[in-house]
Design a protein around this ligand. Structure first.
Ligand code: FAD
Length: 296
């Protein structure tokens, strides 16, 4: 079923999980085990990322089918348009549709960078001439190809790093919704006030679709520092100092603190009206199971 329908039908906020396609068969076997462990979490849907770089593209389809069998819930593959011609995107859309999947996380993807030369900034390799430029163009393409697709899109409470301004990024989200997107999932964030303020601005801009917060239970300080720098999101001092105090020689204690922070975030987000929450699992079961145990 369409995820957009689940928001209305389920008597509680939706819970969902994100996985990435492992690089090799042993990684797929490990993910299968994770999926089996996560049956207890009973996700409403799970999503599988798409390697814009190309390496894991086929794996997204394979892993999506595997998770569908293991978890028996709605599976949403991601699809990025960067580097794809329109003909390739039609082919990919038709393959997803033919496999029985109806939900797609619809993205532009990160622009590829060519090799840097002589210390100069890396230059993007030219995309196929008719490659859609923005995620909104891919939304329009997919809806035109199969009108029964239900499409999720990305939203950025702290603005996409390349956006000229917070308002222009909200305009870009509005363009995705106007093109047919059914719901949005946010970039990770650690400060809920940024999500609540963002949703308010989106509503003021006429964006009415559900905006699901994307939450990363931190596993280590080095990891959150890397992610927050990469995504240009705020790492609250309180979280950094808690993780720092737990030290680097006790990874279980650090992961427990990260999970507790994420649990408090989700409790407050749901109390504040969020339509669900989407956990960036990094293919680990542990944190998600803590959420299941708390009944969120
Ligand atoms: P867009 O919505 O197209 O926006 C890209 C930039 O262009 C933004 O700065 C926006 O403000 C600007 N923009 C948009 N439209 C216009 C316009 N008309 N005029 C001027 N500027 C405009 N990446 C992957 O490679 N694979 C994945 O599986 C993946 N999954 C993700 C899941 C989530 C929930 C999130 C939040 C991100 C994910 N990403 C993934 C990362 C994403 O691909 C990058 O952040 C990418 O740089 C932007 O993708 P987008 O779909 O948000 O692009």
């Amino acid at each position: 079923p369409a995820i957009s329908r689940l928001f209305g039908e389920r008597p509680r906020p939706l819970r969902s999980l994100e996985f990435f396609p492992p690089k090799d068969e042993s990684g797929v076997a490990a993910l299968r085990k994770t999926a089996v462990a996560l049956r207890a979490f009973r996700p409403d849907f799970v999503s599988v990322t798409y390697g814009a770089g190309g390496g894991t593209r086929q794996r997204t389809a394979e892993v999506s089918q595997m998770l569908r069998c293991e978890l028996g819930c709605v599976v949403m593959p991601h699809l990025t348009c960067v580097g794809h011609s329109r003909a390739e995107l039609y082919e990919l859309a038709d393959a997803i549709h033919a496999s029985g999947l109806r939900n797609i996380m619809t993205l532009r993807g990160d622009l590829p960078r060519g090799p840097a030369q002589d210390g100069a900034a890396a230059s993007p390799t030219p995309p196929p001439a008719d490659s859609p430029r923005y995620a909104s163009d891919l939304v329009a393409l997919l809806k035109a190809r199969h009108s029964d697709f239900c499409l999720g899109v990305a939203a950025y409470p702290e603005k996409h790093p390349q956006a000229a301004s917070a308002q222009s990024d909200i305009d870009a989200l509005k363009a995705k919704v106007d093109a047919g997107a059914d719901f949005a999932v946010t970039q990770l964030f650690f400060d809920n006030s940024l999500y609540f303020r963002f949703v308010e601005k989106c509503r003021a801009a006429g964006i009415t679709v559900p905006i699901v917060p994307g939450i990363l239970p931190a596993l280590s300080l080095a990891q959150v520092r890397r992610f927050t720098a990469m995504c240009e999101v705020v790492l609250p001092d309180a979280l950094a100092s808690q993780l720092d105090a737990a030290g680097t020689d006790n990874p279980d204690a650090v992961a427990e603190l990260g999970t507790q922070w994420a649990l408090r975030q989700v409790e407050e987000l749901l109390a504040g009206g969020a339509p669900g929450y989407h956990l960036y699992t990094l293919n680990q079961a542990q944190s998600a199971l803590a959420f299941g145990a708390c009944g969120f």
